[in-house]
Design a protein around this ligand. Structure first.
Ligand code: ADP
Ligand code: DP6
Ligand code: CO
Length: 349
């Protein structure tokens, strides 16, 4: 007897960045964060999970290559899901036994570990698929907690639209969950452009980078305690009011502060490169020239730019990028155009 499920999940790009953990094992952050969920048409993870009583062991293939199932993050996800399955009073009809072994096969249709949130889409997808397979995770809030123990940013890819990850206070992580602020229909004028500056695997993973930051940066403590709480309030109000000026300013300030914190880390972490800085300069001048914020950049743990902007400015910004960063001049900027829509979801067989 075999059971199988296939799901897809989108990436999300934070405008208030998560950077730093207070608990490495449970993945509890030192500050709350907020992101937009991108369209699955553009960037997604696609994961199939199959359980069979006669599989000899659990196994995972990522982008066609077998990876170690001993990865502690994977182990945490599998263990938590099976714990929930075993806790059900009666065995769920059509679900595998918690003791059955599972084979996982996942493919990202975009660069993995390049600072484009592959861990977010990847673990959201894996956990969502496993929750479907085992018929556990009765609420989406529960599923966000399961995704969080795979990769922190993954909890936000369980919902579409604008999503916050509330840091919570409980030592067991029971209140560290993602919640939808407003859905994907709330602000339909907003689009997302991704400028792929480099699709290479980054040299410092997000996990390792933020660990060193927490150990060595004094700025990150100031950021988490004194800066982010107010920004979370302000950006949620701006999103609710569809106030792009405020939204854009906070988005760029928070990206800048995240990269300042990376530089305050010892040894320093540099995710931005000359092309990234050129994009920041160009958009700063463009916004100044227009006398208002027309487009807002944000950079994750990598050199690739993500630009949030009202649709009416897309053509102008695309033309600017094409003009100042033509592919032949060493800048490999390419476009992905994303709309925010459906979150993690099963794929019809
Ligand atoms: P990114 O910026 O792409 O999120 P991270 O350093 O945060 O980079 O995480 C990359 C890691 O996430 C990968 O090395 C892999 O362990 C995990 N990952 C990425 N995609 C998937 C996926 N589809 N399924 C399971 N794990 C994934
Ligand atoms: C810069 O979620 O990838 O993208 O929890 O260790 O897996 P782990 O880290 P991860 O970190 C994401 C960092 C970020 C900002 C963000 O997405 O909020
Ligand atoms: Co990541």
């Amino acid at each position: 007897m075999s059971h199988a499920v296939t799901c897809t999940a989108p990436v999300n790009i934070a405008v208030i960045k998560y950077w730093g953990k207070r608990d490495e094992e449970l993945i509890l952050p030192i500050n709350s964060s907020l992101s937009g969920t991108l369209s699955q048409d553009q960037l997604h993870a696609r994961t199939s999970v199959m359980a069979r009583a006669d599989f000899a062991s659990d196994a995972i293939w990522l982008n066609g290559k077998q990876e170690s199932i001993e990865n502690p993050r994977l182990q945490n996800c599998l263990r938590e899901i099976r714990k929930l399955a075993a806790a059900k009073q009666t065995h769920q009809q059509g679900a595998p036994l918690p003791t059955d072994k599972v084979h996982i096969c996942s493919v990202n249709n975009f660069p993995t570990a390049a600072g484009l949130a592959s861990s977010a889409a990847g673990y959201a997808c894996l956990v969502y698929a496993l929750a479907q397979l085992y018929k556990v995770g009765d609420s989406l809030a529960e599923v966000t907690k399961l995704a969080r123990v795979g990769s922190g940013s993954a909890c936000r890819s369980i919902y579409g639209g604008w999503v916050r990850w509330v840091m919570g206070e409980a030592a067991d992580g029971s209140d560290s969950i993602a919640e939808q602020v407003v859905d994907e229909h709330h602000w339909p004028e907003i689009e997302v452009l991704i400028l792929v500056v480099s699709d290479h695997k980054k040299t410092t993973s997000s996990t390792a980078g933020m660990q060193t930051t927490v150990e060595t940066s004094s700025l990150v403590k100031h950021r988490a305690d004194k800066v982010v709480p107010q920004r979370m309030e302000d950006i949620q109000n701006a999103i609710r009011a569809r106030d792009f000026e405020t939204f854009g300013r906070i988005t760029m300030q928070d990206s800048n502060q995240f990269h300042a914190v990376c530089l305050d880390t010892y040894p320093p972490i540099t995710y931005l490169n000359d092309v990234s800085r050129g994009i920041i300069d160009m958009l700063t001048k463009y916004n100044a020239h227009k006398g208002k914020i027309q487009a807002a950049y944000t950079f994750d743990a990598g050199p690739n730019a993500v630009i949030y902007l009202p649709r009416e400015n897309v053509n102008e910004v695309v033309n600017l990028v094409r003009h100042f960063f033509p592919p032949a001049v060493g800048a490999e900027a390419a476009f992905v155009r994303g709309f925010r829509d459906v979150p993690a979801a099963p794929v019809d067989a």
